[in-house]
Design a protein around this ligand. Structure first.
Ligand code: SAM
Length: 243
C-alpha cells in the first residue's frame, strides 16, 4: 500500500533533492510513497503573511504563531477521508529522541504529517493541541526542522515493503536486531596484505553465522554498551563476552 507524507514547512525548496533522488525517488516512481509539500505561510491570516511574532513576556527570538499551522493542518485533514487519522509529528529538539524502534512504529502508518519549525520556537498551543508526537533527532540544535524531517522520512520509507530490493533486508540492520551490524568484507580476499577473515571464505554457513553473531555482540559491547542494557543476553552470549 501507499504511504502518504505531508510536510508543512516554510522552505519547501529544501526537500526536492532528497525526496527525488536515489531510493526515495524510486519509491515515488513505484508509487509506494507520495509526498505533499505545504508552505504554511500560505495560511497566514495577516496580509504580510506573517508566521511568527514576539514572545509574550518578552525575551529574544521569534515564536511561530498558532493560526498558520492549525489552519494548514485542518485544511489538509478536510481533504482526506474522515477515517484517515494521520500522526502529526512536530520536529523539535525538546522531543522524544528518535530511534529505529520509532521508525518501525511509524512505518506501519498510512499517513504522516511533518511539521518543521524555524526561528526560536513554537507557540505552546501547537505542542499541546495540534500534534500527536514531538520528535528530536539528537541532542543538538538545527536552524530548522527540515533536515530532521528528511532524516526521519528517509528512515521510515526504506522500511516500507517493496522499497528496498529483495537482497537488502532492513531486518538485519544495526539497531533492528538490537545489536550493531557485524563487519562486512567484499573482494578482493587479499588487498595489499590486508586479509579477509578466513572463516568468511570457508563456505561453512554455521560457522559464518556464529562468527557474525559474535562480532555483532563484541562490537556492540565495545562501541555501544548502552544498547546491551535492553538486549537480553543468552548464556552462550554471556560466555562469548567473558572470553
Ligand atoms: N529554541 C528552541 C528550543 O530550545 O527548543 C530551538 C529552536 S531551533 C533553532 C528551530 C527549529 O529547528 C525547531 O523548531 C525544530 O523544528 C528544528 N530543530 C532543531 N533542532 C532539532 C532537533 N535536534 N531535532 C528535531 N528538530 C530540530
Amino acid at each position: 500500500s501507499k504511504l502518504s507524507i505531508d510536510i508543512l514547512t516554510l522552505f519547501p525548496e529544501m526537500f526536492s533533492g532528497v525526496l527525488n533522488s536515489s531510493i526515495l525517488g524510486k519509491a515515488q516512481e513505484k508509487e509506494l510513497v507520495r509526498f505533499q509539500l505545504i508552505n504554511f505561510r500560505d495560511y497566514a491570516s495577516n496580509k504580510h503573511h506573517q508566521v511568527d511574532d514576539y514572545p509574550y513576556g518578552g525575551g529574544g527570538g521569534m515564536v511561530l504563531k498558532p493560526e498558520p499551522l492549525f489552519y494548514a493542518v485542518e485544511d489538509r485533514l478536510s481533504q482526506l477521508p474522515a477515517q484517515v487519522k494521520p500522526r502529526i509529528l512536530l520536529m523539535s529538539p525538546q522531543g522524544e529522541p528518535y530511534t529505529q524502534r520509532k521508525a518501525e512504529e511509524l512505518a506501519c502508518e498510512d499517513h504522516l504529517m511533518f511539521i518543521c519549525g524555524h526561528y526560536e520556537g513554537y507557540d505552546e498551543r501547537i505542542r499541546q493541541y495540534l500534534v500527536t508526537d514531538e520528535l528530536s533527532i539528537g541532542d543538538y540544535v538545527l536552524t530548522g526542522g527540515e533536515l530532521a524531517a528528511m532524516v526521519i522520512i528517509d528512515s521510515i520509507v526504506r522500511l516500507r515493503e517493496g522499497v528496498l530490493g529483495n537482497e537488502s533486508s532492513p531486518k538485519d540492520d544495526s539497531f533492528s536486531t538490537g545489536l550493531l551490524e557485524y563487519p562486512q568484507y567484499t573482494r578482493p580476499a587479499d588487498f595489499r596484505g590486508m586479509k579477509v577473515p578466513e572463516v568468511l571464505l570457508s563456505g561453512h554457513h554455521e560457522r559464518i553465522k556464529e562468527w557474525r553473531h559474535r562480532q555483532s555482540l563484541y562490537r556492540t559491547w565495545q562501541r555501544r554498551p548502552d544498547l546491551l542494557e535492553h538486549y537480553p543476553l543468552s548464556e552462550q552470549e554471556k560466555a562469548w563476552l567473558a572470553e
